[in-house]
Design a protein around this ligand. Structure first.
Ligand SMILES: [Zn+2]
Length: 119
């Protein structure tokens, strides 16, 4: 399943970040999901709940932010955010668009719990 392999990748990324920062726990993992990423936020959340049990951070929470689709118009060189999958520039109606953001799923932020006391 697509979402499951994404979560596996995400958890190993977070593991690296946590190790680098000497974290004792991971509190929150924030990801953004674009409309063209092919990722279903609910399934992503589901996969996370299942997989975190077996991970080093069973108490971590996942926050999924759904973002819009940002494009750059090749004709008028202006940016716009597409809604309702209407694939035209909102300034000049050109369909010559380059996708800037919204076609993938990526890690935004990780909130770690770091133990600062020297024992
Ligand atoms: Zn345009």
């Amino acid at each position: 399943m697509h979402e499951e392999s994404l979560i596996r990748t995400l958890l190993s990324q977070v593991e690296d970040i946590a190790a680098l920062n000497n974290a004792v726990a991971v509190e929150l993992i924030e990801v953004e999901v674009g409309p063209l990423s092919g990722v279903e936020p609910l399934l992503l959340q589901d996969a996370f709940e299942r997989l975190k049990e077996g991970s080093a951070w069973p108490n971590a929470q996942l926050s999924v932010q759904q973002i819009g689709l940002d494009v750059l118009c090749k004709y008028c060189q202006r940016e716009s955010q597409l809604r309702d999958f209407r694939f035209v520039c909102s300034h000049c109606d050109s369909a010559e668009l380059q996708i800037l953001r919204g076609d993938n799923c990526r890690l935004l932020n990780v909130k770690l719990q770091v133990n600062n006391s020297c024992v």
